[in-house]
Write a protein that binds this ligand. Structure first.
Ligand SMILES: NC(=O)C1=CN([C@@H]2O[C@H](COP(=O)(O)OP(=O)(O)OC[C@H]3O[C@@H](n4cnc5c(N)ncnc54)[C@H](OP(=O)(O)O)[C@@H]3O)[C@@H](O)[C@H]2O)C=CC1
Ligand SMILES: CCCCCC(=O)/C=C/[C@H]1[C@H](O)CC(=O)[C@@H]1CCCCCCC(=O)O
Length: 332
């Protein structure tokens, strides 16, 4: 018998999630049935959607999330012992996965792509859901052209830092907004043409100075007032990819932001939201390209690593508070 631990969400969050909203449950895993695998979890992801989706699920529920793990026992010949898998089984140290389970909206378990020597943690980051989000959400919706000006918010995070670097690969001028001077410094080191600390700058004036000819593409990770300010500086036929709205995930009531309709109409903007699942069947294409760019040095994924099962909650809240530069992951 294998003893396992998992985080159970006990409460619907109010504001920033609190430790007492979670309980760590220890239990014994049952024997494997046909079509099941036993996985020792190695990397767990903490992501903004864990906060954003909380109100949709009646409590208690097991904290879902992406994870990378090693198959230690198997009753499915497609996943032999020793295989590394990516699943959405969440914050736990051991789990049993039904390989045919399609219940999770986040998709079925799959084999970790061949990362050709890169860290397996990238399976929940640059070569996982956040990587696919940056790749498809930017390229398919913004359809950037070389020479265009691209703005990214949440620029030093998992998705934003990849979007900015992909935009540079495509020959664009890239401006990023992030929440600290250290993040700004790193973004300029990895090739952003300009990075701006949105907590200390006059956002409208700083953007006007950085993009005097206006903005062609905006990849929106945060929503709220800063997004309205950016959209109000867009050029004719500009494209906005709305990826998320982390500035409001802890708010019970949505904050007000300046009106956008005049800019949308006069500049004939296209504003489109997306969920990365739209391109699930094309995920291997994104992963192959992202791995190639990382190996060639054109894409530098950074990770903010927390160690230990007991520290997953702190890593989650830390990410919501902006402590991460790059992808926030937990090593078990
Ligand atoms: N549509 C889709 O399919 C998907 C959407 N997403 C969305 O993409 C966005 C980025 O996710 P991800 O890259 O994983 O997370 P990040 O790695 O970017 O981590 C979250 C970051 O958000 C920033 N942040 C926190 N509060 C605020 C605030 N009030 N205003 C502005 N920024 C804030 C912090 O950076 P800072 O220090 O700069 O404030 C923090 O580091 C999220 O909105 C997420 O929900 C992610 C995956 C898929
Ligand atoms: C305004 C809220 C926007 C939230 C955007 C966001 O971060 C979305 C993330 C999803 C992404 O499209 C693909 C995912 O895996 C994320 C959602 C996962 C849903 C979990 C469902 C739980 C389950 O069925 O097990």
């Amino acid at each position: 018998m294998v003893k396992a631990r998992k985080y159970v969400v006990k409460n619907t969050f109010k504001g920033l999630p609190k430790r007492e909203d979670y309980e760590i449950v220890e239990y014994e895993l049952p024997a494997l049935k046909n079509g099941e695998i036993l996985v020792k979890v190695e990397w767990v992801s903490v992501d903004p959607y864990l906060r954003a989706y909380n109100a949709r699920y009646p409590t208690p529920y097991d904290q879902f999330s992406y994870q990378v793990g090693l198959v230690e026992d198997s009753k499915d010949p497609r996943f032999p012992v020793g295989t590394r898998v990516v699943s959405h089984k969440g914050w736990c140290d051991y789990c049993i996965i039904d390989t045919n389970d399609t219940k999770s909206d986040a998709g079925k378990v799959y084999k970790l792509p061949n990362l050709k020597g890169l860290s397996n943690s990238l399976g929940v980051g640059a070569v996982g859901m956040p990587g696919a989000t940056a790749y498809f959400g930017f390229l398919e919706i913004c359809k950037p052209k070389a020479g265009e000006t691209v703005v990214v918010t949440g620029a030093a995070g998992a998705v934003g830092s990849l979007v900015g670097q992909i935009a540079k690969i495509k020959g664009c001028k890239v401006i990023g907004f992030a929440g600290s001077d250290d993040k700004v410094k790193w973004l300029e080191e990895i090739g952003f043409d300009k990075a701006i600390n949105y907590k200390t700058a006059d956002v409208a004036a700083a953007l006007k100075a950085a993009a005097p000819k206006g903005v062609d593409c905006y990849f929106d990770n945060v929503g709220g007032e800063i997004s309205s300010t950016i959209i109000n500086q867009m050029n004719d036929n500009g494209r906005v990819s709305v990826c998320g709205a982390i500035s409001s995930y802890n708010d019970a009531n949505l904050p007000k932001a300046p009106i956008l309709q005049p800019s949308i109409v006069f500049h004939q903007l296209k504003i489109e939201g997306f969920l990365v699942w739209r391109w699930l069947d094309r995920q291997p294409e994104a992963f192959a390209e992202l791995i190639k760019w990382i190996h060639s040095g054109q894409l530098k994924p950074r990770e903010h690593i927390t160690e230990g099962f007991e520290n997953i909650f702190d890593a989650f809240v830390g990410m919501l508070n902006g402590e991460n530069t790059g992808k926030a992951v937990v090593k078990l």
